[in-house]
Design a protein around this ligand. Structure first.
Ligand SMILES: Nc1ncnc2c1ncn2[C@@H]1O[C@H](COP(=O)(O)OP(=O)(O)O)[C@@H](O)[C@H]1O
Ligand SMILES: [Mg+2]
Length: 250
């Protein structure tokens, strides 16, 4: 369970998060959507310890991790798959995955465990698993996204956060990544918290959707309740401080 409680983040005079409260369970895929600049990445970055909240709390399985270092957050069981994948293109898939296990470096049998984990996820994602020796820049965009996800899994998270996994991918590939993310959640029991610009994709992959506008969560609902163009237009293009057109609740 990940709990975000009344989180405030400022960057100088930019008030990026204005009291964000959200919960995510391991059993679900929670997707955060909202206009560009709403603060979606800042939510993930604050949980990850990449930016420091001015107030509010972040708890992981009940333990307060607010303001802790990225390494401590990873060790507590929450890992971020960054936007844009950030693979080392000249390195092999296997070498990229080994880097994901860095938080376990120095532990007993760390190397053998890394080998086992790579084997496990190679089996779970065979399309990438069959290409462990390939230079990662030679993989397709979708395969590279899977590598970025497995690299995140190497730290053995209970919750995996992803910032815009669909970015730069063709629609058919986006659909497949969505199916893989849902399968990962169902079969491994790892909770997923995802940020997406692609609303259509978000609605197909999520169990619950949270809409963030101007640093505030304005709506949380199952995707079926958000298949309403007027409601989405209200939050994305309208005056989000006004009440939603039909039946919405904050
Ligand atoms: N490191 C930073 N320094 C200054 N301003 C930032 C920084 N990161 C984000 N911001 C600002 O905070 C707001 C929210 O950004 P972000 O979380 O990236 O939005 P989103 O991911 O929803 O597009 C934006 O106004 C953005 O310009
Ligand atoms: Mg962003």
């Amino acid at each position: 369970m990940l709990e975000i409680d009344d989180l405030e983040v400022r960057f100088g005079h930019v008030h990026a998060l204005r009291g964000v409260t959200l919960e995510a369970a391991r059993s679900e895929v929670l997707v955060l959507i909202g206009p560009n600049g709403a603060g979606k990445s800042t939510v993930l970055n604050s949980v990850s310890g990449l930016c420091e909240p001015s107030s509010g709390r972040v708890r992981i399985e009940g333990a307060d991790l607010t303001g802790h270092s990225p390494r401590e957050v990873v060790r507590a069981g929450v890992t971020l798959v960054p936007q844009g994948r950030r693979l080392f293109g000249s390195m092999s898939v296997r070498e990229n995955l080994e880097l994901g296990a860095y938080t376990h470096k120095g532990e007993r049998n760390a190397q053998a465990k890394t080998v086992n984990k790579i084997a496990r996820w190679a089996e779970f994602f065979p399309e990438v698993g069959q290409r462990l020796s390939t230079q990662s820049s030679l993989l397709s965009g979708g395969q590279q996204q899977i590598v970025a996800i497995i690299r995140g899994l190497m730290s053995e998270p209970r919750m995996l956060m992803m910032d815009e996994p669909s970015i730069g991918l063709a629609p058919i590939v986006v659909k497949r990544i969505g199916e893989e993310i849902r399968r990962l959640n169902r079969e491994s029991g790892i909770g997923i918290v995802m940020v997406e610009q692609n609303v259509e994709f978000a609605l197909t992959v999520a169990d619950r959707v949270a809409i963030l506008v101007h640093g505030r969560v304005v709506h949380v609902a199952p995707p079926a309740a958000l298949r309403d163009p007027a409601l989405l237009a209200h939050y994305f293009f309208g005056d989000a401080s006004a009440p939603p057109p039909t039946g919405g609740k904050t």
